[in-house]
Design a binder for this molecule. Structure first.
Ligand code: NAP
Ligand code: MG
Length: 399
């Protein structure tokens, strides 16, 4: 069989621990036998980040800007224990944080649904995609512990020196303070990414904040979304028969639970952080969750939503064949290959990505799966728990 050709390289960001092992196995068993895989390789594994003083992470993000599509393996975000374990010269920042800061943008997370694993919420029939704004708010806040009575003020000094001043609180005793911000430019790109993604997917877009309470902050998000929708997307949404609608986050939560799924739920940074964990858990497992970062200028970075599965890696190092679920990492690859195929007009590559995803889902639905899924399994066939490599090989046979 002739291998499928690619024209533009994918930016390949390798990672750490168990997912690094899965990464190579996926390539060896499911990709390179069928595709003339063209990638520009960046090793984001912690030893290489240490060696390059984290320059490799910056370079990989810059390459994503250049080529437009990247696929990323899970990576360690160092903490004190990792500094010790890997003898690091510094506690390097989260690679995802560095990449997001360079690409900006919105993270879309979607569950991979299979028959035999039902969402905890009985009426959910279709995936719910969470679109999380990945900039500002509490993640870039300035905080202060107040220890004595005193007055806290919100002061803004304009470039021309004029000052506005509002009292936040007259403290009569100890307390806490927090200053958050966001930028119109980032909110606008968040809105564009959501509207474009909804059009691509042909799904309704919901957006929720707490604008009744946060009359300036959250209301700005609501207004910017509405303005951009009315001026740039309304016609296209109507032509596709899809809907944009805004509602209060409390109302959204209630509606989401009662819905049958099949839409995109856009959330501010913190809401998206919390809600994506809730939604993914209710759908089954983090190992069955895809994640893609879409930048305002249309660059894509695909990854799994879970981490490097450290506990399994330590067992692997002792010689054990683990039953770690490779599905989310595999779907990061198929997502990236499909997008590359669409951008470069390579229908064979697009079709390959579709077939590989189908083979994966069919394999699980036939009862062959990794250990994490067996506990959730309610399918017709009896579950047969296999190792990661056996699972990938079973997919290859089906493919
Ligand atoms: P984790 O790697 O997601 O794993 C937590 C636990 O969830 C595992 O021990 C395992 O449970 C289960 N699990 C997760 N993914 C699985 C899979 N594919 N197949 C089977 N089981 C899976 O989270 P963590 O242990 O908190 O973090 C480990 C490292 O990952 C940390 O260094 C962290 O910095 C990094 N991390 C990276 C990213 C990223 O790059 N996007 C995201 C999160 C965390 P059992 O042990 O019970 O089987
Ligand atoms: Mg979270």
């Amino acid at each position: 069989m002739e291998k499928i050709k690619m024209t533009t390289p994918l930016v390949e960001m390798d990672g750490d621990e168990m997912t690094r092992i899965l990464w190579q196995d996926i390539k060896d068993i499911l990709l390179t036998p069928y595709i003339d895989l063209k990638t520009e390789y960046y090793d984001l594994g912690l030893p290489e980040r240490e060696k390059t003083k984290d320059q490799v992470t910056v370079d990989s993000a810059e390459a994503t800007k250049k080529y437009g599509v990247a696929v990323k393996c899970a990576t360690i975000t160092p903490n004190a224990q990792r500094v010790e374990e890997y003898k690091l010269s510094q506690m390097w920042k989260s690679p995802n944080g560095t990449i997001r800061a360079i690409l900006d943008g919105t993270v879309f997370r979607a569950p991979i649904m299979v028959e035999g694993i039902s969402p905890v919420v009985k009426n959910w029939k279709k995936p719910i995609v969470i679109a999380r704004h990945a900039f500002g708010d509490v993640y870039r806040a300035t905080e202060q512990r107040v220890t004595a009575p005193g007055k806290a003020e919100l002061v803004f000094t304009a470039a021309d020196g004029t000052e506005t001043r509002q009292t936040i609180c007259d403290f009569d005793g100890p307390g806490v303070l927090q200053g958050q911000f966001n930028k119109d430019a980032s909110i606008r790109s968040f809105a564009h990414a959501c509207f474009r993604f909804a059009l691509d997917a042909g799904q309704d877009l919901w957006f929720s904040t707490k604008d009744t309470i946060s009359k300036q902050y959250d209301h700005t998000f609501k207004d910017i979304f509405q303005e951009i929708y009315d001026s740039e997307y309304k016609t296209a949404f109507e032509a596709k028969g899809i809907e944009y609608f805004y509602t209060l986050i409390d109302d959204a939560v209630a509606r989401v639970i009662r819905s049958e799924g099949g839409f995109i739920w856009a959330c501010k940074n913190y809401d998206g952080d919390v809600m994506s964990d809730m939604v993914s858990t209710a759908f089954g497992s983090l190992a069955m969750m895809t994640s893609v970062l879409v930048s305002p200028d249309g660059k894509y970075e695909y990854e799994a939503a879970h981490g490097t599965v450290t506990r399994h890696y330590y067992r692997y190092l002792k010689g054990e064949q683990t039953s770690t679920n490779p599905v989310a990492t595999l779907f990061a690859w198929t997502g990236a290959l499909r997008k590359r195929g669409e951008l470069d007009y390579l229908p064979d590559l697009v079709a390959f990505a579709d077939r590989l995803e189908k083979a994966t889902i069919d394999t699980i639905e036939s009862g062959v799966m990794t250990g994490d899924l067996a506990g959730l399994w309610e399918g017709k066939h009896k579950a047969r728990v296999v190792t990661s490599r056996e699972f990938l090989t079973a997919i290859a046979e089906r493919l």
